[in-house]
Write a protein that binds this ligand. Sequence first.
Ligand SMILES: [Zn+2]
Ligand SMILES: [Zn+2]
Length: 416
Amino acid sequence: MKSIRAVKGTRDILPPASAVWNHVEEVARRVFRSYNYQEIRTPIFEETGLFARGVGAETDIVSKEMYTFEDRDGSSLTLRPEATASVIRSYIEHRLDQLPGLQKLYYIGPMFRRERPQKGRYRQFFQIGAEAIGSESPAVDAEVIEMIVEILSCAGLEGSQLLINSVGCPVCRPKYVARLREALAADAPRMCEDCRRRVDTNPLRVLDCKIPEDQPIIDALPSILDCLCEDCRDHFERVKTYLTDRGIGFELKPRLVRGLDYYTRTTFEIVHGALGAQNSVLGGGRYDGLAESLGSKVHSPGIGFSIGEDRLVMSVEEARPGDNGPQLDLFVAPLGEAAFRHAGILARDLRRRGVTVETGVDARLKRAMETANKLKARWVLIIGDDEIAAGAYSLKNMETGAQETVGAAELYEKLK
Ligand SMILES: [Zn+2]
Ligand SMILES: [Zn+2]
């Protein structure tokens, strides 16, 4: 019979690799907590309309990559391609806009996009992200960026680079788009098919084009930073000042824009490694208009980001090769029925004190030692009838090979 395999574009995350995932998520949770963010868990599927409105019907994500299906009652549901729309939907639905102060929410979980499979891209992928909703202050932007830098460095990712830009606001961006369109009117005929189409549909997205031949043309296009209104310019200056205060280096990237109307002002991306844009670990920015576009009656400016956890894990693995996951502290080798029963209780008590213990299931000592070796146990404890009677066990240090007799009472101290 033909065996069943994981669906194309999905994958299993097995030990020891799963330990790096645990590490990254533990670090993220710890850092989020220290900045007073709390976890939000939204459903994995939503009404399709949420993403059409919240992510943008014109985007590739919504038009080509969503997992949309018809439910039995005929309604259209979609596996979430990202989490921000869901978080804002939840924020509005539960009237969080009525609560005082900033709402600082984080999430960790799987997202789904039907992308063309390629290295490092999966159809079920994971994101770690956060949203700070309820303030326009540039101080929030700087704090969010600082928190991200903290997460990445605590996770063990070094040498990443922060790119920032301002995409303006509904007052100034239309002027930039008009200038862009004007400049593109002359250049577009020499550009790729996507760019030619985008001149009409969404000229900002021309800046995202990855076709090498188009790059010199794109580099010569007007910069949005020259078109910012006074409020936006002031906002961006303050973000930069606060980042500098914190010793956070950045590079201005005027081409870093998002083709969605609700994105405003600060936009950022962190790239890692030599591959440039291919290695973007995370992106984020302000979305002051999103809540209103999803039906909020209250102006709820926000800023958020999402880290591609798959890529982050890959980068962390590269940064610390040879990490084979968590270690086994103790392997208990019981030699006979009485010893099995004794070992069960002993193992339980040590586990309660935080020791990682594996108990053998084979009463033959040679087999038990082989297993302990394979599991890379730091210590092996041998328990036979004599040991139980004496209340002392034979403890072997697997690194040095030294063996000693240890009483039940001093065992924990010895292992620590
Ligand atoms: Zn503006
Ligand atoms: Zn192009």
